[in-house]
Ligand binder design. Structure first.
Ligand SMILES: Cc1ncc(COP(=O)(O)O)c(C=O)c1O
Length: 426
Protein backbone atom coordinates (compact mmCIF):
# COMPACT_ATOMS: atom_id res chain seq x y z
CA UNK A 1 0.00 0.00 0.00
CA UNK A 2 1.49 3.38 -0.96
CA UNK A 3 1.71 5.70 2.00
CA UNK A 4 -0.48 8.81 1.78
CA UNK A 5 1.51 11.85 0.77
CA UNK A 6 1.81 14.42 3.50
CA UNK A 7 0.66 17.89 2.37
CA UNK A 8 3.55 20.23 1.68
CA UNK A 9 3.64 22.74 4.52
CA UNK A 10 2.97 26.28 3.36
CA UNK A 11 4.37 29.43 4.88
CA UNK A 12 2.48 31.66 7.27
CA UNK A 13 2.73 34.35 4.61
CA UNK A 14 0.94 32.17 2.05
CA UNK A 15 -1.70 31.17 4.58
CA UNK A 16 -2.31 34.83 5.36
CA UNK A 17 -2.63 35.62 1.65
CA UNK A 18 -5.95 33.87 1.10
CA UNK A 19 -8.30 36.51 -0.28
CA UNK A 20 -11.64 36.86 -2.06
CA UNK A 21 -10.36 37.24 -5.63
CA UNK A 22 -10.08 33.50 -6.32
CA UNK A 23 -13.57 32.79 -4.94
CA UNK A 24 -15.14 35.61 -6.94
CA UNK A 25 -13.47 34.46 -10.14
CA UNK A 26 -14.59 30.87 -9.61
CA UNK A 27 -18.18 32.05 -9.00
CA UNK A 28 -18.06 33.91 -12.31
CA UNK A 29 -16.65 30.84 -14.08
CA UNK A 30 -19.24 28.50 -12.52
CA UNK A 31 -22.03 30.74 -13.86
CA UNK A 32 -20.81 31.96 -17.27
CA UNK A 33 -24.16 33.64 -18.06
CA UNK A 34 -23.82 35.88 -15.01
CA UNK A 35 -23.61 39.66 -15.46
CA UNK A 36 -20.54 40.51 -13.45
CA UNK A 37 -20.61 43.95 -11.89
CA UNK A 38 -17.81 42.65 -9.69
CA UNK A 39 -14.70 42.50 -11.88
CA UNK A 40 -12.36 45.47 -11.76
CA UNK A 41 -11.30 44.80 -15.38
CA UNK A 42 -11.14 47.68 -17.86
CA UNK A 43 -13.49 48.07 -20.82
CA UNK A 44 -12.74 45.52 -23.54
CA UNK A 45 -14.22 47.53 -26.42
CA UNK A 46 -11.93 50.52 -26.00
CA UNK A 47 -8.63 48.70 -25.47
CA UNK A 48 -6.04 50.50 -27.64
CA UNK A 49 -5.66 47.79 -30.31
CA UNK A 50 -4.83 50.09 -33.21
CA UNK A 51 -2.26 52.19 -31.35
CA UNK A 52 -0.68 48.98 -30.05
CA UNK A 53 -0.48 47.36 -33.49
CA UNK A 54 1.06 50.48 -35.05
CA UNK A 55 3.56 50.89 -32.24
CA UNK A 56 4.61 47.23 -32.41
CA UNK A 57 5.08 47.56 -36.19
CA UNK A 58 7.27 50.62 -35.63
CA UNK A 59 9.28 48.79 -32.98
CA UNK A 60 9.69 45.76 -35.25
CA UNK A 61 11.05 47.97 -38.03
CA UNK A 62 13.66 49.53 -35.77
CA UNK A 63 16.22 46.79 -35.19
CA UNK A 64 18.23 48.77 -32.65
CA UNK A 65 15.17 49.53 -30.56
CA UNK A 66 13.95 45.96 -30.91
CA UNK A 67 17.26 44.50 -29.72
CA UNK A 68 17.22 46.87 -26.78
CA UNK A 69 13.65 45.91 -25.89
CA UNK A 70 14.45 42.20 -26.05
CA UNK A 71 17.38 42.62 -23.62
CA UNK A 72 17.44 42.94 -19.81
CA UNK A 73 17.70 46.43 -18.36
CA UNK A 74 18.28 47.64 -14.78
CA UNK A 75 16.21 46.74 -11.71
CA UNK A 76 14.79 50.27 -11.61
CA UNK A 77 13.80 50.04 -15.28
CA UNK A 78 14.40 51.94 -18.50
CA UNK A 79 15.98 55.35 -17.84
CA UNK A 80 14.34 56.66 -21.04
CA UNK A 81 10.88 55.87 -19.73
CA UNK A 82 11.71 57.06 -16.21
CA UNK A 83 12.76 60.45 -17.60
CA UNK A 84 9.66 60.72 -19.75
CA UNK A 85 7.35 59.54 -16.98
CA UNK A 86 8.73 61.96 -14.38
CA UNK A 87 7.44 64.70 -16.69
CA UNK A 88 4.33 63.03 -18.12
CA UNK A 89 2.80 61.90 -14.82
CA UNK A 90 3.13 65.45 -13.46
CA UNK A 91 2.48 67.24 -16.77
CA UNK A 92 -0.27 69.40 -15.30
CA UNK A 93 2.00 70.47 -12.44
CA UNK A 94 5.10 71.73 -14.25
CA UNK A 95 6.48 73.46 -11.17
CA UNK A 96 6.95 70.18 -9.29
CA UNK A 97 10.67 69.85 -8.71
CA UNK A 98 10.72 66.94 -6.29
CA UNK A 99 9.94 64.21 -8.84
CA UNK A 100 13.23 62.91 -10.14
CA UNK A 101 13.79 59.95 -12.51
CA UNK A 102 16.48 58.90 -10.02
CA UNK A 103 13.80 58.12 -7.47
CA UNK A 104 11.35 56.61 -9.92
CA UNK A 105 11.15 52.82 -10.21
CA UNK A 106 9.27 50.93 -12.92
CA UNK A 107 7.35 47.85 -11.83
CA UNK A 108 5.12 45.13 -13.28
CA UNK A 109 1.90 47.05 -12.60
CA UNK A 110 1.53 49.31 -9.59
CA UNK A 111 0.53 46.31 -7.53
CA UNK A 112 4.16 45.18 -7.62
CA UNK A 113 5.25 48.62 -6.43
CA UNK A 114 2.74 48.52 -3.56
CA UNK A 115 3.91 45.03 -2.68
CA UNK A 116 7.58 46.06 -2.70
CA UNK A 117 6.84 49.07 -0.50
CA UNK A 118 5.18 46.78 2.04
CA UNK A 119 8.11 44.33 1.84
CA UNK A 120 10.60 47.14 2.33
CA UNK A 121 8.90 48.90 5.21
CA UNK A 122 6.65 46.53 7.18
CA UNK A 123 7.54 44.04 9.89
CA UNK A 124 4.95 41.85 11.64
CA UNK A 125 2.89 43.93 14.06
CA UNK A 126 3.58 47.24 12.29
CA UNK A 127 0.61 49.53 11.76
CA UNK A 128 -0.81 50.90 8.50
CA UNK A 129 -3.79 53.27 8.52
CA UNK A 130 -6.18 53.20 5.57
CA UNK A 131 -9.56 54.59 4.63
CA UNK A 132 -12.47 52.42 5.64
CA UNK A 133 -13.32 50.92 3.13
CA UNK A 134 -10.13 50.54 1.11
CA UNK A 135 -8.53 48.55 -1.78
CA UNK A 136 -8.91 44.96 -0.59
CA UNK A 137 -6.03 43.54 -2.63
CA UNK A 138 -3.56 45.76 -0.81
CA UNK A 139 -5.06 44.77 2.51
CA UNK A 140 -4.31 41.19 1.48
CA UNK A 141 -0.67 42.13 0.86
CA UNK A 142 -0.44 43.88 4.21
CA UNK A 143 -2.12 40.96 5.97
CA UNK A 144 0.47 38.62 4.46
CA UNK A 145 3.18 40.85 6.00
CA UNK A 146 1.29 40.51 9.33
CA UNK A 147 0.70 44.25 9.48
CA UNK A 148 -2.12 45.65 11.58
CA UNK A 149 -4.36 47.62 9.21
CA UNK A 150 -6.49 50.19 11.03
CA UNK A 151 -9.51 51.60 9.19
CA UNK A 152 -10.15 55.35 9.40
CA UNK A 153 -13.57 56.86 8.76
CA UNK A 154 -13.98 58.15 5.20
CA UNK A 155 -16.66 59.87 3.11
CA UNK A 156 -16.97 61.08 -0.50
CA UNK A 157 -13.95 63.35 0.14
CA UNK A 158 -11.77 60.43 1.20
CA UNK A 159 -10.23 59.81 4.61
CA UNK A 160 -11.55 62.19 7.30
CA UNK A 161 -8.59 64.02 8.79
CA UNK A 162 -10.21 64.54 12.19
CA UNK A 163 -10.75 60.78 12.38
CA UNK A 164 -7.13 60.19 11.31
CA UNK A 165 -5.88 62.43 14.12
CA UNK A 166 -8.07 60.61 16.62
CA UNK A 167 -6.85 57.21 15.38
CA UNK A 168 -3.23 58.37 15.75
CA UNK A 169 -3.96 59.72 19.24
CA UNK A 170 -5.44 56.38 20.25
CA UNK A 171 -2.35 54.58 18.97
CA UNK A 172 -0.11 56.90 21.00
CA UNK A 173 -2.26 56.35 24.10
CA UNK A 174 -1.97 52.58 23.68
CA UNK A 175 1.83 52.84 23.56
CA UNK A 176 2.16 51.69 19.94
CA UNK A 177 3.38 54.94 18.35
CA UNK A 178 6.66 53.34 17.32
CA UNK A 179 4.78 50.71 15.28
CA UNK A 180 3.06 53.20 12.95
CA UNK A 181 4.62 52.91 9.50
CA UNK A 182 2.30 54.22 6.80
CA UNK A 183 -0.95 55.82 5.79
CA UNK A 184 -2.31 54.28 2.59
CA UNK A 185 -4.81 56.13 0.43
CA UNK A 186 -6.20 55.70 -3.06
CA UNK A 187 -6.15 59.40 -3.69
CA UNK A 188 -8.49 59.76 -6.69
CA UNK A 189 -11.81 57.93 -7.36
CA UNK A 190 -10.82 55.19 -5.00
CA UNK A 191 -11.42 51.52 -5.19
CA UNK A 192 -13.96 50.62 -3.81
CA UNK A 193 -15.89 53.75 -2.79
CA UNK A 194 -15.23 56.11 -5.72
CA UNK A 195 -14.21 58.93 -3.37
CA UNK A 196 -11.47 61.48 -3.96
CA UNK A 197 -9.32 63.08 -1.28
CA UNK A 198 -10.18 66.80 -1.40
CA UNK A 199 -7.46 69.43 -1.74
CA UNK A 200 -8.06 70.63 1.81
CA UNK A 201 -7.64 67.09 3.13
CA UNK A 202 -4.53 66.52 1.01
CA UNK A 203 -2.95 69.57 2.65
CA UNK A 204 -4.11 68.49 6.11
CA UNK A 205 -2.76 64.98 5.56
CA UNK A 206 0.69 66.32 4.69
CA UNK A 207 0.67 68.59 7.70
CA UNK A 208 -0.47 65.81 10.10
CA UNK A 209 2.28 63.52 8.82
CA UNK A 210 4.94 66.22 9.12
CA UNK A 211 3.90 66.86 12.71
CA UNK A 212 3.96 63.14 13.49
CA UNK A 213 7.39 62.75 11.93
CA UNK A 214 8.85 65.60 13.95
CA UNK A 215 7.58 63.97 17.15
CA UNK A 216 7.70 60.22 16.54
CA UNK A 217 9.94 59.73 13.51
CA UNK A 218 9.30 57.59 10.47
CA UNK A 219 5.88 57.62 8.79
CA UNK A 220 5.15 57.24 5.10
CA UNK A 221 2.18 58.17 2.98
CA UNK A 222 1.46 55.68 0.21
CA UNK A 223 -0.60 57.55 -2.33
CA UNK A 224 -2.08 55.15 -4.87
CA UNK A 225 -3.02 57.12 -7.99
CA UNK A 226 -4.24 54.16 -10.09
CA UNK A 227 -7.39 55.99 -11.25
CA UNK A 228 -6.04 59.54 -11.49
CA UNK A 229 -6.40 59.74 -15.29
CA UNK A 230 -10.02 58.57 -15.23
CA UNK A 231 -11.71 61.87 -14.31
CA UNK A 232 -15.09 62.55 -15.92
CA UNK A 233 -15.97 65.87 -14.30
CA UNK A 234 -14.53 68.65 -12.15
CA UNK A 235 -11.02 70.02 -11.94
CA UNK A 236 -7.99 67.84 -11.48
CA UNK A 237 -6.46 67.92 -7.99
CA UNK A 238 -2.71 68.12 -7.43
CA UNK A 239 -0.96 64.90 -6.46
CA UNK A 240 0.60 65.03 -2.99
CA UNK A 241 4.11 65.45 -4.39
CA UNK A 242 2.95 68.57 -6.25
CA UNK A 243 1.59 70.21 -3.10
CA UNK A 244 4.61 70.35 -0.83
CA UNK A 245 8.31 70.11 -1.78
CA UNK A 246 9.03 68.42 1.57
CA UNK A 247 6.61 65.61 0.67
CA UNK A 248 9.42 63.95 -1.31
CA UNK A 249 10.86 62.77 2.04
CA UNK A 250 7.85 60.73 3.05
CA UNK A 251 5.34 60.34 0.18
CA UNK A 252 5.35 57.39 -2.19
CA UNK A 253 3.27 58.02 -5.27
CA UNK A 254 2.26 54.82 -7.09
CA UNK A 255 1.05 55.09 -10.69
CA UNK A 256 0.06 52.71 -13.46
CA UNK A 257 -0.86 52.52 -17.14
CA UNK A 258 -3.32 49.73 -16.36
CA UNK A 259 -6.40 51.92 -16.26
CA UNK A 260 -5.26 54.70 -18.60
CA UNK A 261 -3.95 52.42 -21.37
CA UNK A 262 -3.80 48.65 -20.83
CA UNK A 263 -3.43 46.36 -17.81
CA UNK A 264 -1.98 43.60 -20.02
CA UNK A 265 1.16 45.66 -20.68
CA UNK A 266 1.85 45.60 -16.90
CA UNK A 267 3.75 48.88 -16.51
CA UNK A 268 3.41 50.66 -13.20
CA UNK A 269 5.75 52.89 -11.28
CA UNK A 270 6.52 54.54 -8.00
CA UNK A 271 8.19 57.78 -7.03
CA UNK A 272 9.76 56.87 -3.70
CA UNK A 273 11.74 58.74 -1.02
CA UNK A 274 15.48 58.47 -1.37
CA UNK A 275 15.78 56.62 1.95
CA UNK A 276 13.84 53.59 0.72
CA UNK A 277 14.83 53.62 -2.96
CA UNK A 278 17.94 51.44 -2.52
CA UNK A 279 16.36 48.83 -0.18
CA UNK A 280 13.37 48.59 -2.47
CA UNK A 281 15.62 47.96 -5.47
CA UNK A 282 17.53 45.29 -3.55
CA UNK A 283 14.24 43.47 -2.95
CA UNK A 284 13.25 43.95 -6.57
CA UNK A 285 16.58 42.60 -7.76
CA UNK A 286 15.92 39.40 -5.81
CA UNK A 287 12.56 39.04 -7.53
CA UNK A 288 13.08 39.95 -11.19
CA UNK A 289 16.05 42.33 -11.66
CA UNK A 290 13.71 44.61 -13.58
CA UNK A 291 10.10 44.52 -14.76
CA UNK A 292 9.57 43.52 -18.43
CA UNK A 293 11.81 45.79 -20.49
CA UNK A 294 9.83 45.19 -23.68
CA UNK A 295 6.70 46.64 -22.07
CA UNK A 296 8.66 49.62 -20.77
CA UNK A 297 10.07 50.55 -24.18
CA UNK A 298 6.66 49.95 -25.71
CA UNK A 299 5.08 52.44 -23.27
CA UNK A 300 7.93 54.84 -23.93
CA UNK A 301 6.99 54.74 -27.63
CA UNK A 302 3.29 55.18 -26.80
CA UNK A 303 4.07 58.32 -24.78
CA UNK A 304 6.59 59.65 -27.30
CA UNK A 305 4.10 59.33 -30.16
CA UNK A 306 1.31 61.00 -28.15
CA UNK A 307 -0.87 57.86 -28.39
CA UNK A 308 -1.99 58.10 -24.79
CA UNK A 309 -3.21 61.67 -25.28
CA UNK A 310 -5.37 60.37 -28.14
CA UNK A 311 -6.59 57.39 -26.11
CA UNK A 312 -7.54 59.11 -22.84
CA UNK A 313 -10.46 61.23 -24.15
CA UNK A 314 -11.94 58.10 -25.77
CA UNK A 315 -11.97 56.04 -22.59
CA UNK A 316 -13.05 58.94 -20.41
CA UNK A 317 -16.08 59.53 -22.61
CA UNK A 318 -16.90 55.83 -22.69
CA UNK A 319 -16.62 55.33 -18.93
CA UNK A 320 -18.53 58.51 -18.18
CA UNK A 321 -21.42 57.19 -20.27
CA UNK A 322 -21.34 53.85 -18.45
CA UNK A 323 -21.12 55.54 -15.05
CA UNK A 324 -24.17 57.63 -15.94
CA UNK A 325 -26.05 54.54 -17.11
CA UNK A 326 -25.32 52.80 -13.82
CA UNK A 327 -26.33 55.82 -11.73
CA UNK A 328 -29.56 56.28 -13.74
CA UNK A 329 -30.38 52.59 -13.36
CA UNK A 330 -29.80 52.76 -9.60
CA UNK A 331 -32.01 55.84 -9.43
CA UNK A 332 -34.79 54.14 -11.40
CA UNK A 333 -34.61 50.79 -9.62
CA UNK A 334 -33.68 51.56 -6.03
CA UNK A 335 -34.46 55.19 -5.16
CA UNK A 336 -37.80 54.38 -3.50
CA UNK A 337 -36.31 51.89 -1.04
CA UNK A 338 -35.67 53.38 2.37
CA UNK A 339 -32.18 53.08 3.80
CA UNK A 340 -30.36 52.59 0.48
CA UNK A 341 -27.70 55.05 -0.61
CA UNK A 342 -24.88 55.26 -3.09
CA UNK A 343 -22.10 57.64 -4.03
CA UNK A 344 -21.76 59.49 -7.32
CA UNK A 345 -18.08 59.13 -8.30
CA UNK A 346 -16.51 61.85 -10.43
CA UNK A 347 -14.23 59.30 -12.05
CA UNK A 348 -12.83 55.79 -11.75
CA UNK A 349 -14.73 52.56 -12.25
CA UNK A 350 -16.79 51.97 -9.10
CA UNK A 351 -20.05 52.82 -7.37
CA UNK A 352 -20.34 52.07 -3.66
CA UNK A 353 -23.79 50.97 -2.56
CA UNK A 354 -24.95 50.82 1.07
CA UNK A 355 -28.09 48.79 1.81
CA UNK A 356 -30.37 48.92 4.87
CA UNK A 357 -28.41 47.92 7.97
CA UNK A 358 -30.20 44.59 8.39
CA UNK A 359 -29.07 43.24 5.00
CA UNK A 360 -26.01 41.00 4.97
CA UNK A 361 -24.50 41.35 1.47
CA UNK A 362 -21.67 38.89 2.17
CA UNK A 363 -21.59 35.35 0.77
CA UNK A 364 -22.95 34.15 4.11
CA UNK A 365 -26.13 36.18 3.70
CA UNK A 366 -29.07 35.31 1.46
CA UNK A 367 -28.79 38.37 -0.84
CA UNK A 368 -25.63 37.03 -2.45
CA UNK A 369 -27.31 33.74 -3.36
CA UNK A 370 -30.45 35.47 -4.61
CA UNK A 371 -28.36 37.79 -6.79
CA UNK A 372 -26.27 34.98 -8.30
CA UNK A 373 -29.40 32.86 -8.85
CA UNK A 374 -30.96 35.77 -10.71
CA UNK A 375 -27.75 36.23 -12.71
CA UNK A 376 -25.76 39.15 -11.28
CA UNK A 377 -22.45 39.22 -9.43
CA UNK A 378 -21.08 41.97 -7.14
CA UNK A 379 -18.18 42.36 -4.72
CA UNK A 380 -19.43 42.06 -1.13
CA UNK A 381 -18.27 45.26 0.54
CA UNK A 382 -17.12 43.65 3.79
CA UNK A 383 -13.89 42.55 2.10
CA UNK A 384 -12.89 46.20 1.85
CA UNK A 385 -12.89 46.93 5.59
CA UNK A 386 -9.71 46.76 7.64
CA UNK A 387 -9.78 44.36 10.58
CA UNK A 388 -9.36 47.16 13.15
CA UNK A 389 -10.80 50.63 13.51
CA UNK A 390 -14.11 51.50 11.86
CA UNK A 391 -16.81 48.81 12.03
CA UNK A 392 -17.25 46.48 9.05
CA UNK A 393 -20.38 47.29 7.00
CA UNK A 394 -21.70 43.92 5.87
CA UNK A 395 -24.56 45.75 4.16
CA UNK A 396 -22.27 47.28 1.52
CA UNK A 397 -21.55 46.38 -2.10
CA UNK A 398 -18.95 47.43 -4.67
CA UNK A 399 -20.30 47.75 -8.20
CA UNK A 400 -18.09 48.19 -11.25
CA UNK A 401 -19.24 49.80 -14.49
CA UNK A 402 -15.91 49.19 -16.25
CA UNK A 403 -16.51 45.94 -18.07
CA UNK A 404 -20.17 45.55 -19.02
CA UNK A 405 -21.95 47.29 -21.90
CA UNK A 406 -24.58 49.94 -21.04
CA UNK A 407 -27.36 47.41 -21.75
CA UNK A 408 -25.85 44.80 -19.49
CA UNK A 409 -25.26 47.40 -16.76
CA UNK A 410 -28.99 48.25 -16.91
CA UNK A 411 -29.95 44.56 -16.82
CA UNK A 412 -27.48 43.87 -14.00
CA UNK A 413 -28.87 46.65 -11.82
CA UNK A 414 -32.45 45.51 -12.57
CA UNK A 415 -31.57 41.99 -11.38
CA UNK A 416 -29.75 43.30 -8.33
CA UNK A 417 -32.76 45.46 -7.44
CA UNK A 418 -34.99 42.39 -7.80
CA UNK A 419 -32.74 40.46 -5.41
CA UNK A 420 -32.74 43.35 -2.92
CA UNK A 421 -36.54 43.62 -3.05
CA UNK A 422 -36.87 39.87 -2.46
CA UNK A 423 -34.42 40.18 0.45
CA UNK A 424 -36.43 43.02 2.01
CA UNK A 425 -39.74 41.26 1.23
CA UNK A 426 -40.94 44.30 -0.75
C1 LIG B 1 -6.55 50.98 -6.13
C2 LIG B 1 -5.71 50.13 -7.01
N1 LIG B 1 -4.39 50.21 -6.90
C3 LIG B 1 -3.58 49.47 -7.65
C4 LIG B 1 -4.09 48.59 -8.58
C5 LIG B 1 -3.11 47.75 -9.35
O1 LIG B 1 -3.13 47.88 -10.70
P1 LIG B 1 -1.94 47.38 -11.61
O2 LIG B 1 -1.10 46.43 -10.83
O3 LIG B 1 -2.60 46.74 -12.78
O4 LIG B 1 -1.17 48.61 -11.97
C6 LIG B 1 -5.47 48.45 -8.74
C7 LIG B 1 -6.04 47.52 -9.69
O5 LIG B 1 -7.22 47.34 -9.85
C8 LIG B 1 -6.31 49.26 -7.92
O6 LIG B 1 -7.64 49.19 -8.00
Amino acid sequence: MPTALKPIPISRRAQNSVGPIGQLMSQALKHPGLISLAAGFVDNETLPCEATAQTLTRMAANSQLLRQALQYDTSAGSMQLRHRLAKWAYRNWPDVDNVSPDRLVLTAGSNQLLHLVAEATIDPGDIVLAASPTYFVYMGTLRAMEARVIGVQADENGMCMQALKQALDRIVASGDADRVRAIYCVTDFDNPAGSTLSLERREQLLSIVKQWRSKHGRLLVISDTAYQELRYEGDELPPLLAIDPQAADFVIEAGTFSKSFSPGIRVGWGVVPESIFAPLLELKSNIDFGAPHFSQLFMNEILRAGEIERHLPVIRQHYQLKRDVMLEALEAELRDIEGISWRRPKGGLYVWLVLPAEVDASEEGTLWQRATDLGVLYVPGHYCFPAEGEPVQRNSIRLSFGVQSPDRIRSGIRLLAQAIRQELAL
